[in-house]
Design a protein around this ligand. Structure first.
Ligand SMILES: [Zn+2]
Length: 278
């Protein structure tokens, strides 16, 4: 059972909205939203970490400096401090789910050496095999990955996901109790995962960066070529977005994306839940 939800804005970068909807000539903030779910047995489970405090240091030298130039980021500070502001002691974070290893999702990972870190088997290995230049193109900064990660990792095998009755995605039941489900949402980054859980208002599907803005789902807009070129696998990305449009049309799940307008306010407004059906 999930008993509490707290969401945070872990820094941001600015993007031209027209990159996504093809028409709006204004800059918008892409907040790096992350959130915590309180599981009644497992304690606080963090989903991503935002930029953390190491982004500037990790992009000091080349080729990583190109990343900072392409997406100048404003850090929000220590994740621990943000959690403390919401009444969560960082030592109580027993699990971190990494949706994918882009810098704006794992920048604060090093602050949680006591936690078990959950991620898809393809998420990290695929990026670590790339050359340093290709890694930066893939929005991956190896300096943000703590040395202790292999000892704390729960690497989730593709074979541990099973079909679900009410979603067009496979699902991995993280704690075996139906409280938190992980669903592969391929395309944006290798092994990207979404998170399924229940709130008092109904079932929730958090898709991380499977899409960036709601207009991609509600108005069938596709990002411009430059933005599509930033996706790991554009064809898989399109297929995932189409599946999410179907979920949206069906109306059972509320879908939230990390960088969408109002994402943290929405997540913070969610209440208590009952168990999901895997
Ligand atoms: Zn991303």
């Amino acid at each position: 059972m999930i008993t509490q939800i707290k969401a945070f804005e872990g820094g941001y970068c600015r993007q031209l909205l027209g990159m996504i909807d093809g028409r709006s000539w204004r800059m918008v903030r892409f907040q790096a939203v992350f959130f915590a779910l309180r599981h009644e047995r497992e304690g606080w489970v963090l989903i991503d970490t935002g930029y953390g405090t190491s982004f500037k240091e990790a992009t000091r030298s080349f080729p990583a400096r190109f990343y900072r130039w392409a997406t100048p980021a404003t850090q929000a500070g220590s994740v621990k401090t943000m959690l403390a502001g919401a009444g969560i002691d960082a030592r109580e974070i027993s699990h971190v789910i990494v949706t994918h290893f882009h810098a704006d999702h794992v920048g604060g990972l090093a602050e949680f050496p006591q936690a078990k870190i959950h991620f898809h088997a393809e998420a990290l290995q695929t990026l670590q095999r790339l050359s340093p230049v290709r890694q930066v193109h893939g929005a991956f900064l190896s300096k943000l990955i703590p040395d202790w990660l292999p000892d704390r990792a729960n690497v989730i095998s593709p074979t541990s996901f099973a079909p679900t009755a009410d979603l067009p995605f496979l699902l991995h039941d993280l704690f075996g109790d139906g409280s938190i489900g992980l669903v592969p949402l391929p395309g944006h980054a290798p092994g990207q995962l979404g998170v399924v859980f229940n709130a008092s208002t109904g079932p929730q599907l958090y898709v991380a960066d499977a899409y960036w803005r709601g207009c991609q789902i509600t108005r069938n807009v596709e990002p411009v070529g430059l933005a599509m070129a930033m996706q790991w696998d554009a064809n898989a990305y399109r297929q995932t977005v189409n599946q999410l449009r179907a979920v949206y049309q069906h109306g059972r799940y509320t879908i939230t994306a990390c960088h969408d307008d109002g994402a943290s306010a929405y997540l913070n407004g969610l209440g208590v839940e009952s168990a999901i059906k895997p």
